[in-house]
Write a protein that binds this ligand. Structure first.
Ligand code: FAD
Length: 491
């Protein structure tokens, strides 16, 4: 007999609800806990998971495997090519191990939610009690409803409700203990599971040698690293967060999104740590930097709530149905210039090159490049959303989709479509000295003064080797306004 925990995007031992429950169940039954992770190359393909993310996950699994082995808990990792075969294979393994209970944390994307529901039903037929529990959000989707009993679609009132809920439900921030030691005979009994080697990255998600070297030095894996990174941020940088979080060159954000996305850090424990670092030991009041950071982490919850409540956003549909009829451009050349950071707008190009080089992009820069693609180039925002997933190390469906909806004005944000970022003003405002641009666009390293934001315009001499602007912002702004208006007028 055994109890199984199925790891997905929750690759940690600390504060992991399903893992904790699985461990408790195993203890109460006096049987061992077995952990499982399934790699499905087809799933990676369907979700456009980036190779850098896959590499990070595989390296994290090694850390996890070692930590679990200390507790005599095996972590069995297997590659199952077809995503549809994954549930079947999991039940097969459960039977092979004689497991009566299977635990996992809920994922809210539509395919995943359906899979978990059908597995729970199937489990009943197979005599395996499957339990999928809410864990990834600080406040579970469905808990916060507005006055009319519906899900909020606007962040600010939702956030007030989120804070109020945590005040009235303080246990929501109690952390779950890591699993306890397996019975001593587990090692002997499951020897072949302990002896297994980690699978390699699937063919479709392999990094080149160069990329591997680069990304590995930038992104150390595992939950210990995640906690260290967070605590350093809370000790050293959070005080300035509110004032400097919008400046991409300032290195003032926590850079923990990769850990939230892979689950090497739980959002609950991050919020609890921020509260404990606050002078008043509360979520609101006290340290302004901490309050602001908490409200940013809450955005992650917010977008997951949106996704859980309006699953059609998972199906390539805009949140606002009236934006379905906008006529997008599918100009390949302009799209490629955008992806390669060759638009001739230095701030946009710096951002795209940061993404391509590191697998990460600063939030302000994400907003600027997304707005540029959707509004200035009028290119279908879903192409940008896809490109982000294929390149981000922190790719998370809900936050990415939410961010793109925000920038293309098709999402939950109540701002009307005529808010159109001016890429040069964004640059002047958020990278005033040009430090971010100079870092990522070396052709512009020697450009002095304001010309860094606009090297071919406003009397600047231009820079050899750096492209001219691919569109004129004033013209493209007018075109976007007309096109959005026309799209909204159509049935
Ligand atoms: P910090 O500023 O330190 O914030 C802490 C945490 O709060 C983040 O790690 C993140 O979990 C959460 N957070 C902060 N801002 C947002 C936000 N706007 N939306 C949702 N959560 C937020 N974030 C992802 O994790 N994955 C994505 O795929 C993703 N795609 C995005 C696409 C677009 C177009 C935009 C505009 C934003 C996207 N974001 C995404 C949100 C945000 O840019 C990143 O979470 C943030 O830059 C991560 O850096 P950090 O950890 O230093 O953030």
């Amino acid at each position: 007999d055994a109890v199984v925990h199925w790891f997905k995007c929750d690759l940690r031992t600390a504060d992991n609800k399903a893992l904790h429950l699985a461990s408790e169940k195993a203890k109460s039954k006096g049987v061992p806990l077995i952990c499982l992770h399934v790699i499905s190359p087809q799933d990676y393909k369907a979700h456009r998971t980036s190779a850098v993310r896959v590499d990070f996950v595989l390296r994290t699994l090694e850390v996890l495997m070692e930590d679990l082995a200390q507790l005599d808990i095996p972590l069995y990792v297997e590659t199952v090519e077809k995503r549809k075969k994954v549930p079947e294979r999991i039940f097969e393994l459960c039977k092979q191990w004689g497991a009566s209970h299977l635990y996992t944390n809920i994922e809210y994307e539509v395919d995943e939610l359906r899979r978990e529901a059908s597995m729970t039903r199937k489990g009943l037929q197979e005599g395996i009690a499957m339990e999928a529990v809410p864990d990834t959000c600080v406040v579970a989707p469905g808990e916060l409803l507005n006055g009319t009993g519906n899900q909020y679609s606007v962040y600010s009132p939702w956030f007030r409700a989120w804070i109020a809920y945590l005040h009235t439900h303080p246990h929501q921030l109690h952390l779950f203990d890591p699993p306890t030691q397996n019975p001593t005979d587990a090692r002997q009994k499951y020897k072949e599971l302990f002896d297994r080697r980690m699978p390699e990255a699937p063919e479709n998600k392999k990094l080149t040698d160069d990329e591997r070297k680069r990304f590995r030095s930038m992104w150390p894996p595992g939950e210990h690293e995640a906690r260290q990174r967070l605590s350093k941020f809370l000790q050293e940088r959070v005080d300035d967060y509110k004032d400097t979080r919008n400046f991409p060159a300032a290195n003032s954000t926590a850079i923990v999104s990769v850990h939230f996305a892979s689950g090497t850090l739980s959002a609950r424990s991050a919020i609890a740590a921020a509260r404990d670092a606050n002078s008043v030991k509360k979520l609101d009041g006290g340290n302004k930097g901490i309050m602001c950071w908490i409200s940013e982490v809450a955005w992650r919850d917010f977008y997951k709530h949106v996704l859980a409540h309006w699953p059609y956003v998972c199906m390539n549909k805009p949140f606002k149905p009236e934006y379905t009829n906008i006529e997008w451009e599918y100009n390949k050349e302009l799209f490629t210039r955008w992806t390669e950071g060759q638009t001739g707008y230095p701030f946009i190009d710096a951002a795209m090159r940061q993404l391509n080089h590191t697998g990460y992009m600063h939030n302000r820069a994400r907003m600027a490049v997304a707005s540029f693609l959707a509004k200035d180039l009028l290119i279908d925002w879903r192409m940008g959303e896809r490109y982000f997933m294929e390149h981000l190390i922190d790719g998370d469906f809900a936050s990415n989709n939410g961010g793109w909806g925000f920038s293309a004005s098709t999402g939950v944000d109540p701002q009307p479509y005529f808010r159109i970022f001016n890429p040069i003003l964004q640059s002047e405002k958020f990278d005033e000295s040009g430090e971010y641009i100079r870092k990522w666009v070396p052709e512009l390293k020697h450009v002095q003064g304001k010309a860094i934001h606009d090297p071919h315009g406003r009397g600047a001499k231009g820079v050899q080797g750096y492209p001219k602007m691919c569109v004129d912002h004033k013209e493209s702004r007018n075109r976007a306004l007309a096109r959005y208006k026309e799209g909204l007028g159509r049935d």
